[in-house]
Design a protein around this ligand. Structure first.
Ligand code: ZN
Length: 442
């Protein structure tokens, strides 16, 4: 746990919360500018009308003000108080309407009468307001002024990309969606955790290249894929990161391949941690792993969440506020992600250079002079590394088979390598985008 990073991420969530984001527009640019204050971020603008496979970059939406105003001039529904009050991508409107006529444009959650729902209408031209059932019930049967000062015009789709180069030629893709307005867990938690992961990785020597994408959901990943088909073959690992600030356990949703190196790395890291977790199989629903794992790409991209989307009552409502996410949960997710990066970075295959019989560890200063459970565990890690390092087993293979934590095996490997007993095999480990599915080596 790193409480300092957790507090900083939570403050970042609070900073980004009031901004009205959507799949395009000024709110996305403002958000990316704030991410860019922490990371070397390249911001891309893709014009409206640009095709992205079966989709098209939509017109850009911007909004300045919206309200339902009563005869006395009171803003009974006020966008400036909470941006969820306007259906995202609402077309402009200004006029007077009776409540009965207005009702077809109003969205509530009768089962959660105090909460304001989050609604969008990206691909059908409509306008509407979201309010709590209690707000609606309190409206007098009267005439109201209805104002949505928005624009839907040719412009561009905006996304951010941060590339942290490694020494090798393969890439780890991490993406989060940036298209939701004031929703803290679903959206801002992923942005905050990826931003802080990028800050940490920027200070490290890296074997692989890390490509962090801050993109609007669906159309953003499709747009990125359509512009980066040359990058796709280099992607060896990937995760979408979403809903990672709530109090639930970590949840991992496997890639479509289900047994890619990323799937094994994440599951072993979660196994090694002292906290609960759950693992779900791939399904073609959820976040942008849907696009990365579409059959034309079949990338090894899983999804890291805490409580799965749509599994908690705050999901897509005004209750998904900064109070719903905690510094501790954000820090816990960040630590897990960094452990996943460590597992992938350190997943070498080693060759035992003294394979006939066990080498003498004591003579090389590797045998603990003091007993005790820690020394015993360290010794066991070295014995497993020596025994299975025949060039055919990776560190993750050994972690899986032995039950020894990945990080303990990596420490053992480093010590054995320094003592001249192991050598990292030149052949890399991992899946390439175009690899046929391979049987797991055991
Ligand atoms: Zn969502």
């Amino acid at each position: 746990m790193s409480p300092t990073a957790g507090d900083a991420m939570h403050a970042f969530v609070e900073e980004l919360y009031p901004i009205c984001r959507s799949i395009t527009g000024g709110g996305v640019r403002e958000t990316l500018a704030r991410v860019g204050a922490h990371l070397p971020l390249t911001v891309h603008e893709v014009p409206s009308g640009t095709p992205a496979y079966d989709w098209t970059v939509p017109r850009e939406w911007n909004i300045r003000d919206a309200a339902i105003i009563d005869r006395a001039g009171g803003r009974v529904v006020d966008f400036t108080a909470l941006n969820l009050h306007v259906v995202s991508y609402s077309t402009p409107v200004h006029g007077r309407m009776r409540l009965d006529d207005l009702r077809q444009h109003l969205h509530t959650l009768p089962g959660q009468p105090d909460l304001v729902p989050y609604r969008t209408s990206y691909y059908a031209e409509r306008w509407g307001f979201c309010l709590s059932q209690r707000q609606l019930d309190a409206l007098a049967d009267d005439e109201y002024e209805v104002l949505i000062d928005s624009s839907l015009e040719d412009g561009s789709l905006t996304y951010g990309e941060c590339v942290l180069p490694g020494t090798g030629d393969r890439e780890f893709l991490l993406s989060c969606h940036i298209c939701h307005p004031s929703l803290a867990n679903d959206n801002l938690s992923g942005i905050a955790v990826l931003t802080w992961l990028g800050r940490r990785l920027a200070d490290r020597e890296l074997r692989h290249t890390y490509r962090l994408l801050f993109i609007p959901g669906t159309i953003g990943s499709l747009t990125w894929l359509s512009r980066n088909e040359d990058v796709v073959p280099r992607i060896g690992w990937g995760l979408t990161v979403a809903g990672v600030g709530d109090a639930g356990d970590l949840t991992y949703k496997r890639s479509r391949r289900s047994d890619a190196e990323i799937d094994r790395a994440v599951q072993l890291v979660l196994r090694d941690r002292a906290t609960g977790f759950s693992v779900e199989d791939f399904s073609p629903y959820g976040y942008d792993e849907r696009q990365f794992c579409s059959p034309g790409f079949d990338l090894p991209v899983g999804c890291l969440m805490r409580s799965p989307h749509n599994s908690y009552p705050q999901y897509h409502t005004s209750a998904d506020s900064p109070a719903f996410v905690s510094a501790a949960a954000l820090a816990d997710t960040l630590d897990a992600l960094e452990a996943i990066v460590d597992a992938v970075e350190g997943n070498h295959r080693y060759v035992n250079l003294s394979p006939k019989g066990e080498p003498q560890l004591g003579r090389r200063g590797l045998y603990p002079s003091m007993g005790g459970p820690t020394a015993q565990a360290e010794q066991l890690a070295m014995l497993w590394m020596l025994n299975l390092s025949d060039g055919g087993h990776s560190v993750l293979d050994i972690a899986d088979r032995s039950g020894v934590p990945c990080d303990r095996l990596r420490t053992a490997a480093t010590r054995l390598e320094a003592a001249g007993l192991l050598r990292a095999s030149a052949a890399g480990v991992g899946d390439r985008a175009g690899d046929a599915r391979r049987p797991r080596s055991r």
